[in-house]
Ligand binder design. Structure first.
Ligand code: ZN
Length: 257
């Protein structure tokens, strides 16, 4: 029994809704060929509404062992499933719109941050790369924090000439926003770093010092239970880098355990 006028799309929707299973006997595709059956026969109503359509295997559809399913209960069941499907669709669309608005919000934030930065650098124009960079660090550190870092960075690095910011200083200020944000984050996570940087300052003042290694050694020693005053004293007394490094390694290594 071939039904006419049921589009491929509707057939697919009905099959999906019915999980590709005959709703009379439970046999499923692809082992059994499925067809679309009308709950209320086409002869009675000319209705290809999806609520009136049901998945059936070929046998059930051709009448063998077919149970009457034309009562309201079945129709109501289908209706309920359809409502649920519709609800899910709507929710999916809502999720999509929500995601889209987040993207727009992100764009708006980076646009505003760019504008804010520009206020401190009169006469300079920025390209899309700058905007993308701001967008990236806003995602990482948050909008308010980046605005604060823009303020700090421009205050520190912008050099003006005849009321206009110099290109080099603007470039530097822009680049340093992320560094500042990163340092601020670190110092919030490790408040002692501030003091370790101070101690490193003592070293730098007294002799040549490998900056990154100095901080690493100081942190190790500090976390190993040596207090700031002690570390400060050692830094002040050290005659040179090698001697200082050796004493740090003694404080932080296996020896102190
Ligand atoms: Zn069947």
């Amino acid at each position: 029994m071939k039904r006419k006028g049921i589009s491929k799309k509707i057939r697919f929707e009905v099959f999906k809704r019915d999980s590709f299973k005959c709703q009379y006997c439970g046999r499923s595709a692809p082992e059994f060929i499925l067809v679309i059956d009308h709950i209320i026969p086409v002869s009675k109503v000319e209705d290809n509404d999806i609520i009136n359509l049901i998945t059936s295997c070929f046998d059930c559809n051709s009448g063998k062992g077919k149970i009457e399913l034309s009562d309201d209960a079945v129709i109501n069941k289908r209706k309920k499933q359809l409502d649920e499907l519709q609800e899910r669709r709507e929710q999916m669309e809502m999720v999509y719109e929500w995601q889209l608005s987040l993207v727009h919000l992100e764009e708006e934030m980076s646009y505003n941050a760019m504008e804010y930065f520009q206020q401190f650098t009169p006469g300079i124009n920025y390209n899309e790369v700058a905007q993308q960079y701001l967008s990236k660090i806003i995602r990482k550190y948050g909008f308010a924090e980046i605005l604060e870092c823009i303020r700090i960075s421009t205050e520190q690095y912008i050099i003006k000439s005849y009321g206009l910011a110099t290109i080099d200083s603007a470039k530097k200020a822009l680049d340093y926003i992320e560094n500042i944000a990163s340092c601020r984050k670190k110092s919030k996570e490790k408040p002692y770093l501030q003091e370790l940087y101070y101690i490193r300052g003592i070293l730098r003042h007294n002799f040549y010092c490998v900056d990154w290694l100095a901080i690493q050694l100081l942190e190790k020693a500090y976390l190993n239970g040596n207090n700031i005053d002690k570390l400060k004293e050692i830094a002040l007394d050290a005659p040179n880098w090698t001697a200082w490094r050796t004493s740090m390694e003694n404080l932080s290594g296996e020896k102190s355990l």
